[in-house]
Structures are given as structure tokens and as C-alpha cells.
Design a protein around this ligand. Structure first.
Ligand code: F6R
Length: 614
């Protein structure tokens, strides 16, 4: 993952790099660092931990000419190769002369280290990155220019990466290259800036160039020369981007995650109003999605977005009678999938940068499928490469755990389902109108669900000291059980597993022991008695049971230890909308357990918001 910022030609370059890095911490926060050149000398400062540590370290010590330098590169790391320590923190610097900040993985780094022409080099870090400054140094020492040296380096390294490099003997140049990992160049009048995403640089520029795969560039104060993978000089489109939307604040909430949970009623209004016209027509072009008669739809994604895909499968198959296949993006790419019976792939991604999802989409393109992205970040790689994009429009999601993205993705997917159902005539006009009316009522219903907060705090206090939990759900609530478990484990570090309620007896029931919390999401949909039996089976084996359900199902399952009733929703449709409504208690439970345990809710250990490595 990792975030990169680089600047050339601007006063106080280091401060601007730090500002950019602040916006890139979602890409990793194990360690951070920056390097700058002043008077043909390279300086650097690094620290382990979050960016604030680096900022404090800079403030505490006087760094030579830090304010005066006009060329600087910076990095916030999510470790892939090499432990989290100062040596492995970026910029990786060779011989105090060449500095590199890198995002991604150099896959053949071990082989490169063994090359005979690098025999005299001592590698000081355990990173894959270090081969880049070493190779550049080697070519510079052989008499090549910085640009030619970096270009020759590209011929040797393999992998998915983006990097920026500077050399103290060539202080007027930054070399950048991208292969799969994103990189964007911002154009100022007499300075240039580079970032891992456009958001990290729009406080400085409002025109950017997105490099394409295989591109590399040499950047000077007033000039950018870009070359494509065939080494031909090329021009890439200049794109106007919204100027800085500013740093997002917590608005009085304790954590971004809490704010983002509570923001859902409001942001869902944006999602819905951007896709629903005044005449209640849905502004989604199913021809652009590429759905053909008698073909199934493929949906691919990762993590929470994948769970949204499973819900979509259940909706689209039931409401529109179109077969849907869901694929974990990380699996799809390498398993030589068949395209028989498919004409379209929908990918779902908040960040628009998850490499697994991007690669699954590229694979689908190779198989001649039309691609549609349901994405939050406009201008992200997935957005730009998809044939057609639908936006969730929930604004920046800062907490690592996906919350408002999930409910908005579900809303977009639900609108696709009813649009298809309407076109396929699997629902009549009256049913269509009811679905639209209820979709419009979702923000209000989510507000009511948020009132469950206090009750959930009580439950959180009761289970906060457990080391294992099980989440159960059936039908539309099966993917929510998976999501509830993911949410809890990623931010509280409690081991949590989600299962389809009916699967318990096929193995997982062996895990039940005295006092193990078993959390079930339940809605009376005609099958509730079956799920209640599954819960009984857990109770018989000593589990502590927590039921999050509607009034009717709670009445039926009087034996549970704790129950939380969700607000009433139009009976006939409560089950259909249940994954959106019950997402709120699932998120609140994870949030409060984590908060009670004192974990770092917004930036949990080992995670990053945007997963750009395989
Ligand atoms: C979990 C979470 C992750 C993401 C996954 C995909 O809370 O946030 O599981 O859902 O990494 O990310 P996007 O949607 O950005 O592709």
C-alpha cells in the first residue's frame, strides 16, 4: 500500500509533502519519512509509527535547511517486505545520494540483489525497495544521467509499483514511474507535485495528470516529460479536479468511524438523490452495464464490498430473476475463469484502488465482459478504467473500517436490482413504486436505527472481554453476519466468525463453549423459526446469545440472553431491506466493543484503508 508525495520547485517543499502525507495515511501508517535536497546535499528524517511522530520529530529537532528546500519526497508506509523499523522506513536512501519512496512490491528484488554487477553494494535494509536506489546509483556511477539511470532500473525491476526518486547531484529533477499502483502528477505554474492520489495534492493544484500503467516521467519545476511502456514520449490528458475539500474533521465525535456511522442517514440522501430522478425513474443505464438476455451477471469485490456483492446476488436473483455469480476479486484473477454465460462484471470498491478488484476488472475486460464500477472515489483507477461508473457519493471515508460505504453500496445495488426487475417485468408498477418509496425512506429509517446506540453500548460492555464470537444470519442476513464478524475482528481484535445460520450444525457448532457470545441477526421472513432453532442449539451448548431482530422474532426467541429490537419497518419489505437496516447495529456493536477495549478504532493495527498490494 503506502502513500507517496513528492514536490519540486515550491518553497517550503517539506511542509507541503507533510500536508499531502496527512491525506494519505489511509494507505498505511507503520512509519513515515521524508528526504529533501538543499545545496546539492541530501537530508532525511524518518520515524516509526504514525505521521504525527514524524511531525513531532521534525518540530523537536532543527533540521538543516528544511524550510528552504524546494525539492522533497515523503512516504507513509504499510510494511510489505521488512519489519517496521527506522531502517526500513522510506525514503530508502543509498549512499546519502539517492532517495526513493515506493508503493507496491518489487517481486524480483532477491534476484536483483544477487546480480554480479551489484556485488560491491551492501544492502542496509530488508526491504524490496532498496534495489531501486542501488540500481540508480550503480548506473549513475557508470556515467549515465539520473534520468537514464532510473530508466535502466525500470528494465530490471518487476512487480506492481509506483515510486518517486531524487538524486542529490541532480537536484532539479524527480523521476517517477508507475506499474499498476496509482500515481498522479499535479501541475502548478512553476512547480510540480506528485501523489498517490489526487486528493493528496489538490490543496496545491487543480490540474492533474494520471499516469497510465507502464508510464514513467522526469519532472522539473516547469516541465514534465512522460514516456509510455514502449519508451515513447507521450502526452496524457490534463484533468481538472476539484480543489481541496479540506481536511475532514471529526465534528465532535470521538472517532471518524463513529462520525461515519452517524452520518449514514445524511450521506444516503446523496446516494439516493444522485440516482433517482424526480419522476422516480432510476438513473442507471442497464445497457451500459452490458447485461444481455439469458446471461448471468458477475459481481466482484473484496472485504466488506464483497459482502455487499452477496446481498446483491440475493436481491437481483429474487427480485429480477437474473442469475448472479459473486467472486472474491483476489481469486478471480488467477483461476482462469470462464466467461461462458457472462457479458458483464460489476465491481464494487469504496477506494477504487483495491488492487485485487482492479485486477479482477482487468481480467474481465480481457474476457470481453463489459465492466461497471460502483465506487466512491471519483477519478480513482477503477473509476477511470471501468466502462461505466456509478458513484456512492458518501464523501471521504476516513475510518479504516467501511461503514457508510457499505450501506451506500447496498443502496446502489438495490436500485440496480429494481431497475432490472422493472425492465424484466418481474415486478409490477405498484411494487416498483413501493420499492422506490421505501428506498427514499431509508435515510429516515437509518436515523431510527441509530437510536439503538445506548442498548448496544450495554451489550458491548457485556462482551468486551471475550476472545471469540460467532455471528449468524440467514438469507439476506447471512452476508451481514459475515460483515458483523469482519467489523468486530478488524477493530477490536476479538476473533469473530460469521456463518450462515443453517451451516452451524455442519461444523462450526463444535466451537460453542460455555459463555461464547453468539450474535444473530434475525427478521421474521417466514424462515425465522429455522434460525431460532439454530440459536437454541447454541444455547443448549452453553452459548450466551444476543439477538438483533424485529419485534416478532424477538417474541418468538424469548430464551436468548439479550435482545435488541430494530425499529419497525413496512412489514412486507422489512426482510428485503434488513441488510441495510441491520448494518447499523452491526457497526455500532463493533465500534463500542473496540472503544471499550481502547483499541485504535480509526487506524487499527496491520490494516490500511486502501489495499494496493496483492
Ligand atoms: C472492512 C474494509 C475492507 C474493504 C476492502 C475493500 O471494513 O474496509 O474489507 O471493504 O479492503 O476495499 P474497497 O471497497 O476500497 O475496494
Amino acid at each position: 500500500m503506502c502513500g507517496i508525495v513528492a514536490i519540486i520547485g515550491k518553497e517550503n517543499a517539506c511542509r507541503h509533502v507533510l500536508d499531502g502525507l496527512k491525506k494519505l495515511e489511509y494507505r498505511g501508517y507503520d512509519s513515515a519519512g521524508l528526504a529533501y535536497i538543499y545545496d546539492k546535499k541530501m537530508f532525511n528524517i524518518k520515524s516509526v509509527g504514525k505521521l504525527n511522530k514524524l511531525i513531532n520529530a521534525i518540530e523537536e529537532s532543527k533540521f538543516s535547511k528544511l524550510e528552504s528546500s524546494k525539492v522533497a519526497i515523503g512516504h507513509t508506509r504499510w510494511a510489505t517486505h521488512g519489519k517496521v523499523n527506522i531502517k526500513n522506513a522510506h525514503p530508502i536512501i543509498y549512499d546519502k545520494k539517492v532517495a526513493v519512496v515506493h508503493n507496491g512490491i518489487i517481486e524480483n528484488y532477491e534476484k536483483i540483489k544477487e546480480k554480479s554487477f551489484l556485488k560491491s553494494y551492501d544492502f542496509e535494509t530488508t526491504t524490496d525497495t532498496e534495489v531501486i536506489p542501488v540500481l540508480i546509483d550503480n548506473f549513475v556511477k557508470k556515467g549515465k544521467s539520473f534520468f537514464e539511470s532510473a530508466k535502466s532500473t525500470l528494465k530490471i525491476i518487476d512487480g506492481a509499483y509506483a515510486f518517486a526518486a531524487i538524486h542529490q547531484d541532480f537536484p532539479n529533477e524527480i523521476f517517477v514511474s508507475r506499474n499498476t499502483s496509482p500515481l498522479v502528477i499535479g501541475i502548478g505554474s512553476d512547480f510540480k507535485v506528485v501523489g498517490s492520489d489526487s486528493h493528496s495534492i489538490t490543496q496545491l493544484v487543480n490540474q492533474v495528470i494520471y499516469l497510465e500503467d507502464g508510464d514513467y516521467a522526469i519532472i522539473r519545476n516547469k516541465e514534465i516529460e512522460i514516456f509510455d511502456k514502449k519508451d515513447e514520449k507521450t502526452h496524457r490528458k490534463i484533468v481538472n479536479v476539484n480543489t481541496d475539500i479540506g481536511f475532514v474533521s471529526k465534528d465532535g465525535f470521538r472517532h471518524f468511524m463513529e462520525k461515519e456511522i452517524f452520518e449514514q442517514p445524511n450521506v444516503l440522501i446523496n446516494t439516493i438523490s444522485s440516482l433517482l430522478q424526480e419522476n422516480d425513474k432510476i438513473d442507471i443505464n442497464t445497457q451500459k452495464i452490458g447485461i444481455k438476455k439469458n446471461n448471468a451477471i458477475l459481481i466482484s469485490a473484496a472485504g466488506t464490498s464483497f459482502y455487499a456483492a452477496i446481498v446483491a446476488k440475493y436481491w437481483i436473483e429474487k427480485i429480477a430473476n437474473i442469475a448472479v455469480s459473486v467472486e472474491l476479486a483476489s481469486e478471480y484473477r488467477y483461476r482462469n475463469p470462464s466467461n461462458v454465460g457472462f457479458s458483464s462484471m460489476i465491481v464494487i470498491s469504496q477506494s477504487g484502488e483495491s488492487i485485487d478488484t482492479l485486477m479482477a476488472m482487468r481480467e474481465a475486460k480481457k474476457l470481453n465482459l463489459k465492466t461497471t464500477a460502483i465506487v466512491n472515489v471519483e477519478g480513482s483507477t477503477i473509476d477511470r478504467e471501468a466502462d461505466y461508473s456509478l458513484y456512492t457519493r458518501v464523501g471521504p471515508e476516513i475510518g479504516v473500517a467501511s461503514t457508510k460505504s457499505f450501506t451506500s453500496q447496498l443502496t446502489v445495488l438495490f436500485l440496480i436490482a429494481i431497475k432490472l426487475a422493472n425492465e424484466n417485468k418481474t415486478i409490477n408498477h405498484k411494487e416498483y413504486q413501493s420499492f422506490i418509496k421505501l428506498t427514499k425512506s431509508l435515510p429516515n429509517s437509518l436515523s431510527k436505527c441509530l437510536k439503538m446506540n445506548d442498548e448496544i453500548i450495554d451489550i458491548a460492555q457485556k462482551i468486551k472481554n471475550t476472545s471469540n464470537t460467532i455471528f449468524l444470519g440467514r438469507g439476506y442476513l447471512y452476508p451481514l453476519a459475515l460483515e458483523g464478524a469482519l467489523k468486530l475482528k478488524e477493530i477490536s481484535y476479538i476473533h469473530a466468525e460469521g456463518f450462515a445460520a443453517g451451516e452451524m450444525k455442519h461444523g462450526p457448532i463444535a466451537l460453542i463453549e460455555e459463555n461464547l457470545p453468539v450474535i444473530m441477526f434475525l427478521i421474521s421472513d417466514g424462515l425465522e423459526d429455522k434460525s431460532i432453532s439454530n440459536l437454541q442449539e447454541a444455547v443448549s451448548r452453553g452459548a450466551r446469545t444476543i439477538l438483533i431482530g424485529d419485534r416478532k422474532s424477538i417474541k418468538k426467541a424469548k430464551f436468548v440472553n439479550y435482545s435488541i429490537e430494530i425499529p419497525e419497518f413496512e412489514k412486507k419489505f422489512a426482510s428485503t431491506f434488513s441488510p441495510i437496516l441491520m448494518a447499523i447495529p452491526a457497526q455500532l456493536l463493533a465500534y463500542h466493543v473496540a472503544r471499550e477495549r481502547g483499541t485504535d478504532v480509526d487506524q487499527p493495527r496491520n490494516l490500511a484503508k486502501s489495499v494496493t498490494v496483492e
